[in-house]
Design a protein around this ligand. Structure first.
Ligand SMILES: [Fe+2]
Ligand SMILES: [Fe+2]
Length: 255
């Protein structure tokens, strides 16, 4: 299998049993808060910082298109500069907090968050890779794995077009549908709808072909480690929320 295909197979597995609870109704506000606090502290607040670490290490021989796309990604994540008509110049972490306010969580709820051990493990891994590994490896970790999703295979097909209109996406979004989030507080969802397709294409089409072959094994290894730690991170959050995996229940019932 090709390098690209191996990475796509890893992304196919970025799927967690807790998702069906998080995308459905019936969670208490206190449960939602745990989920969002851990997400914020683990990677949402500092995503621009992680990207800046990568850009800071890119050498002068880095192709211009890649430099530009990463600089644009950072500019957008840290200032909302590209999506200004929607973001009003707010960074993505700030838009996240705006969305939290819309769910009646205060700014204070997002200060001094204590990471669960499994969240700390995933976070420390992102720190270690972005501070120590070659920038090509951390660039893949951030833009392929952290920003990417199980939908990446489908989204990078050349004929792929985002079919769902933002109005429908908003109407169907669990936070709006079940948890009374107002569309006016959902700017983060709108901004991601507008710019994230570009970030996905940049990662798979500009970055990936530029990875030197001697780094391919390490990139694959880091992506596999990321998947394992991400699954544990999600397990930890769900357990703290009091959710239970159906597989785990089935297993217990057989003992
Ligand atoms: Fe973002
Ligand atoms: Fe992004």
């Amino acid at each position: 299998m090709s390098f690209r295909e191996n990475l796509l197979c890893i992304m196919d597995q970025k799927n967690h049993w807790g998702w069906k609870f998080l995308s459905g109704p019936g969670l208490k506000k206190s449960q939602l808060l745990i989920h969002f606090q851990q997400e914020f502290e683990t990677y949402v607040r500092d995503f621009p910082l992680f990207l800046a670490r990568v850009i800071g290490q890119m050498g002068s021989d880095t192709p211009n298109q890649l430099l530009r796309e990463f600089a644009e990604n950072l500019y957008e994540e840290q200032t909302g500069g590209i999506s200004k008509s929607v973001s009003k110049g707010k960074s993505h972490p700030e838009l996240f907090l705006k969305m939290m306010k819309g769910l009646s969580f205060s700014k204070k709820n997002f200060q001094n968050i204590k990471l669960l051990p499994t969240s700390l493990a995933y976070r420390s891994f992102i720190d270690k890779v972005t501070l120590i590994d070659d920038w090509q490896v951390s660039a893949c970790l951030l833009t392929l794995f952290v920003e990417g999703s199980i939908q990446d295979r489908q989204r990078i097909q050349s004929a792929y077009k985002e079919k769902t209109k933002i109005e429908i996406k908003l109407k169907e979004h669990a936070l709006i549908k079940y948890y009374a989030l107002k569309s006016s507080d959902a700017d983060l969802i709108k901004v991601h709808h507008a710019v994230e397709g570009g970030h996905r294409r940049s990662a798979w089409e500009t970055l990936l072909p530029l990875i030197p072959s001697y780094l391919e094994n390490l990139v694959e290894q880091r992506m596999r480690e990321a998947l394992e730690l991400w699954l544990l991170f999600r397990d930890g959050v769900c357990i703290e929320m009091g959710l239970e995996s159906q597989d785990f229940k089935d297993l217990l019932s057989k003992i």
